[in-house]
Design a protein around this ligand. Sequence first.
Ligand code: 4AD
Ligand code: MG
Length: 477
Amino acid sequence: MKSYSVKELLKKQPIGEHVEVNGWVKTFRSNRFVALNDGSIIHNLQCVIDFENFDEDLLKQISTGAALKVTGTLVESQGRGQSVEIQATAVFVHGTADPETYPIQPKKHSLEFLREKAHLRVRTNTFSAVMRVRSALSFAVHQYFQQKGFYYMHAPIITGSDAEGAGEMFRVSTLDPKSPPLDDSGAIDYSQDFFGKETNLTVSGQLEAETYAMGLGNVYTFGPTFRAENSNTSRHLAEFWMIEPEMAFYDLDANMDLAEEFIKSILSYVLENCKDDLEFLEKRLLDEEKSKPQNERSDMALIEKLKFIVDNNFKRVTYTEAIEILRNCKPNKKKRFQFPIDEWGADLQSEHERFLVEKHFKCPVILFDYPANIKAFYMRLNEDGKTVRAMDVLFPGIGEIVGGSQREERLEVLQQKIKDLNIDEKELWWYLDLRRFGTAVHSGFGLGFERMVQFATGMGNIRDVIPYPRTPQNAEF
Ligand code: 4AD
Ligand code: MG
């Protein structure tokens, strides 16, 4: 007898066939109707059990959360709400789930409650849908770059460098924290540590990706990155996944073109391949927004919003233009921004980014040519001497989703910058070598994968789009 997934049975509908299916009980009604789900699809399969023909002890073991194997004939459904169902001839209980203690009961649970049950939350409709979309999006990332001839490069997780120069790093050490070896000056002697130097978890694979772009041409990384920033927001994780393409001979314009095409491509993939999940998530979002005041609800439903991104050009605006818009906008004049915009040079906060995207331009925006002193050391200095070839892609509801730049390829300019920022040049000897041997114009960017999953699924909190979120004061599971 053939074993099918719920998805196969619902999509292929082998009517009349004697089949076997495994899954978990979503609900069990009237001692007769089991809604079975195995995670393959958002919809459940109805299994009809003639309780007269089954042992009462067996029926007692069937409750929400129990794992079953059901055997029977697939028939057209007699009832409404589903097109096919199984007339069960045999049921095997793999494992029961005591209704007194199993936390995922068939009722509405808050997302906060489910975060504490992260090991079981993927059994809910919402989380199974989100995680299937997440999986599809990662596949789409690889498909896009592979089809374009990019090579997948694995950047190291443990590194001695601070790519962003922001110092928000998790130390990696095997020294005894209670009595670490000290040097003559009384400081911890890292030369006795595992790697013989100070090391940390990577904040970005960019610098290493640059070395590979300078040999393989076009590469991308897709891996976990770590930031020890104490940000408790709905858009920050201490461990998040980043996609970082790096391209030899690309200038900033080519970089922006690639970012836009890439984003549209992966969202198209999800629109085509995750229809059932997106429809479910769209309804979920509409429901959730009913409890919000009118002005906080989105103008577009989820699927419409994704289509809008795919079908419209992103607006490209310089930082300088953006500052003019922000300086003169109503919320700034009425002092409604938490961080008022007074002058050129100010760093943009998420409230400003979201104003530009959601209220002013009403479409995704790519801001470029930022002031040098609010951006990382490796960005290429413009002729004006005060701005750099940086770009951020800003998205509705999210703010910054991509950060990237054309890289400084001129050795002396880069050395000067490193000096100005008091970065230890010795640590970056290999990075500077790239500018000594066959240097060339090159560019790249980083897409925060979870922020993209948030956007594609309409989930408001980044903790709900990664299986096990790592945030300040929280590393359970
Ligand atoms: O803007 P960031 O810091 O840029 C870089 O790391 C560059 N090295 C990228 C490159 O040019 N190769 O980070 C890139 C993106 C952000 O736009 C954001 O989407 C995401 O990574 N990101 C985070 N996502 C979740 N939690 C955090 N703490 C994040 N920090 C950045
Ligand atoms: Mg950034």
